[in-house]
Design a protein around this ligand. Structure first.
Ligand code: ADP
Ligand code: ZN
Length: 727
């Protein structure tokens, strides 16, 4: 839709003002989807031409669009996606648009840079320096270099190059900085697939060739070749000339993955995550919109890049909790991937060894296609799993590695193999307590314990990230020298392992031990190449790194996730234990996984050991169905917070008392109750939980219901549709 100069158009900005504003089309007109700069109060802000103006504003006051920006327009399927995503998550559209425009310098013109290539003339007088410059350019075969690149490569000063430009021997020109990414070749280096893999790849290729929407759950144990299979789907998508997106749960995984893609397609894909520079972000954002990049590997927010023609979205480790964004706009990237794909005729591949119950159920109901890879690639076999019953072990205080586990570790490292000790607890010890008065040190801002991090030599709050020095004297009774660390964290496990195995090389992997993604990456590479005998790690190590020499996994506390009443406690423990155990043994060495537990008879522990995955999911599904909880019913969380506890509670009580909008759709409301973490960063938090059937129009009802609350002062209200955590 085009708008002639001066006609009324509606512009959506990223300003926190939940409506589309009327402006006049600028000189030269504009089109729906164009990025524009508009006056907004005394400032200029960026927006998108959303459609025709509404004309509900005093015509004398309507201002003109300043200019249309030199950026790829937001296409119709993307606008439709943002609208649906906003409706689904009950997020104001401007906040949704903000997610889709997270690139710096969006309003800048395509910035240019000056480059140099070989000209036609020969210089009047040849010198050594001049010869070197021409030599370098001849070697570049027509490719251009910047002045500093060329000067450095030829070992000359810039003035030599400028001299050659004057003589016409070197050509100087300005080219856009945001250049397209190198082309990937889908046929560059295809793998020979196993029968199982080839069958799965064929189904995916076929689905992509049809060019329709569809979602496939690709289930296969770790090492079965899921990545190889979905790269075939990527190849098909690229061959069709459409773009592909692969979402990964962890940045630390991307570098290994990028090399794999490069090996397969002959060039590196685009990369989108928090570790990418601003210049590269801007380039990638533009190139997704201009079809200058074929494949993007990214974190969940890559889902909001303005792809011109997206044909495939892969969500690797689809069950991973990090796909749920837990602050700002609360969305689940896995679910939004399905939504986005359905609006642009794309395919979705959800890959996992241990799918979420949601995806498993959708596959069972026939909404998703299901593909299974049943065995590991090559000779690799699944690790043997067994429990270590901790009750008879009678460990001394401050010790967590049982004698049985110790023996198993020793056996492995003696023959030059690696062992992994898994404990999902960062820091040194979860509790710091005064032995004189029993006082536990808590965060001053949050209802949470301070966790000792000996590596940082500080106490840290895992809710707000605040740190403080470890006090000498108890803040409560002021007795000195009686502060004690209670319970295990990974850093403490490192200490225990060092005592038990004084000659072993021990590496502890925990996100907070590394200042940067780069440092973490190099630590991982070092371990993978044999730089450690014993690896001690949190959840971070569960996520798909290949340690080829790792043959033993010891889980320090398999019961950890089973405590508490979380809806997904069983599912999460099952996924995590399976995932961690899957790290053991790969190509030619069989692995072993030992689970330390105080409740070896627990049904979840038994399911983990039995290898009967389908049995576990079937039982878990039956239980949830009987209770009418997700994925068979729906939940929504309402979180009210304020620096004033009474204000949050009053708003919660108001909602609980006036629930007619919810009752109309048969939904129930529970609460208000103080949130499990009742104070974060000084704000008091209370929660309500809404429960409805799967098909009830939940969002619309909630929107009407919460409109009763007057948001003023310090009060904040957040809606969490399909909550994953209840803290
Ligand atoms: P998953 O993604 O299921 O964990 P991967 O795709 O990473 O499995 O495969 C596990 C290992 O086996 C990788 O090192 C991979 O390169 C190798 N592999 C899997 N399938 C093949 C194949 N058909 N040809 C060669 N190597 C393969
Ligand atoms: Zn805190």
């Amino acid at each position: 839709m085009r708008f002639e100069p001066d006609t009324l158009v509606g512009v959506l900005t990223t300003q926190p003002l939940n409506r589309v504003l009327d402006y006049r089309a600028p000189e030269g007109g504009c089109a729906q989807g164009d990025f524009v700069e508009v006056p907004f109060g005394p400032r200029s802000v960026i927006g998108v031409v959303w459609g025709a103006g509404r004309g509900d504003w005093d015509p004398a006051k309507v201002r003109s669009i300043n200019r249309v920006l030199d950026a790829p327009p937001l296409l119709e399927p993307m606008r439709a996606f943002l609208i649906k995503a906003a409706d689904y998550t009950l997020t104001p559209l401007p906040a949704m648009l903000r997610l889709a425009t997270r690139a710096p310098g969006l309003g800048d013109p395509h910035s240019m840079r000056r480059v140099y290539r070989r000209g036609h003339a020969m210089p009047s007088r040849m010198t050594d320096a001049r010869r070197r410059v021409i030599g370098v350019l001849d070697d570049m075969g027509g490719l251009a270099l910047t002045l500093s690149e060329l000067a450095e490569a030829a070992g000359v000063s810039p003035s030599v190059i400028k001299g050659l430009v004057t003589q016409g021997a070197v050509h100087e020109e300005d080219t856009p900085r945001d250049t397209a990414f190198p082309r990937l070749d889908p046929e560059d280096n295809p793998r020979e697939l196993t029968d199982d893999q080839a069958r799965a790849a064929q189904v995916l290729r076929h689905a992509i060739a049809k060019g329709d929407y569809g979602t496939t759950l690709l289930k296969g144990v770790t090492g079965s070749g899921k990545t190889e299979v979905y790269l075939e789907a990527v190849a098909e998508c690229l061959a069709k000339g459409r773009q592909a997106l692969v979402l990964l749960p962890e940045i630390a995984l991307t570098s290994e993955f990028l090399s794999r893609v490069e090996d397969r397609f002959g060039a590196r894909p685009g990369e989108w995550h928090s570790g990418v520079t601003m210049t590269e972000r801007r380039r990638l954002w533009r190139m997704t919109g201009e079809n200058g990049v074929q494949l993007v590997i990214g974190a969940r927010s890559a889902l909001f890049l303005p792809f011109r023609d997206l044909g495939l979205i892969v969500v690797d480790e689809e069950h991973d909790t990090s796909y749920k964004q837990e602050d700002g706009v609360l969305y689940n990237a896995r679910d939004m991937a399905v939504l986005r794909a359905s609006m642009c005729r794309a395919q979705v591949v959800l890959a996992s060894a241990t799918p979420s119950l949601e995806s498993w159920t959708n596959a069972r109901a026939g909404k998703y296609t299901r593909l299974d890879l049943s065995s590991r690639f090559g000779a690799a076999v699944l690790p043997k799993m067994r429990t270590i019953d901790m009750r008879p072990e009678a460990l001394p205080a401050g010790r967590w590695i049982s004698a049985s586990l110790q023996t198993a570790i020793k056996k492995r490292i003696d023959i030059g193999e690696q062992a992994l000790l898994f404990l999902n607890r960062r820091g040194y010890a979860p509790i710091t307590l005064c032995r004189a008065c029993g006082h536990q040190i808590g965060c001053p801002q949050c209802d949470a314990r301070m966790v000792e991090h000996r590596f940082l030599k500080r106490l840290m709050c895992h809710q707000c990230g605040d740190t403080m020095a470890l006090p000498q004297a108890c803040p409560n009774c002021h007795v000195e020298g009686r502060m004690a660390a209670l319970g295990p964290g990974v850093e403490r496990m490192g200490e225990e392992a060092a005592t038990l195995f004084p000659d072993a090389r021990i590496a502890t992997l925990s996100s907070d031990l590394f200042g940067s993604a780069r440092a973490l990456k190099s630590a991982i590479e070092n371990i993978a190449s044999g730089g450690a005998d014993i690896i001690i790690g949190t959840q971070l190590v569960a996520k798909g790194h290949n340690f080829p020499n790792l043959t033993l996994v010891g889980v320090i506390d398999a019961d950890l996730g089973l405590q508490g009443s979380d809806l997904r406690a069983a599912e999460r423990t099952f996924q995590l234990m399976r995932q961690v155990a899957g790290r053991a043994g790969r190509v030619d060495t069989p692995g072993e996984a030992l689970l330390q537990t105080y409740q070896p008879e627990h049904p979840v522990i038994r399911a983990i050991l039995s290898g009967d995955d389908e049995g576990f999911w079937t039982a878990e599904a039956a239980e949830r169905e009987a209770a009418g909880v997700p994925p068979f019913g729906r939940f929504a969380g309402i979180i009210l917070s304020s620096t004033d506890a009474a204000q949050a509670f009053d708003a919660g009580n108001l909602l609980a008392r006036n629930d007619a909008d919810l009752r109309k759709i048969g939904a129930q409301v529970f609460g208000p109750a103080p949130a499990p973490v009742a104070r974060v960063r000084g704000r008091h938090r209370i929660r309500l939980l809404v429960k409805s059937t799967r098909t009830a129009p939940l969002q619309a009802a909630i929107a009407r219901w919460i409109a009763q609350v007057h948001i003023k002062g310090q009060l904040r209200l957040a809606v969490d549709i399909d909550p994953q955590t209840f803290y």
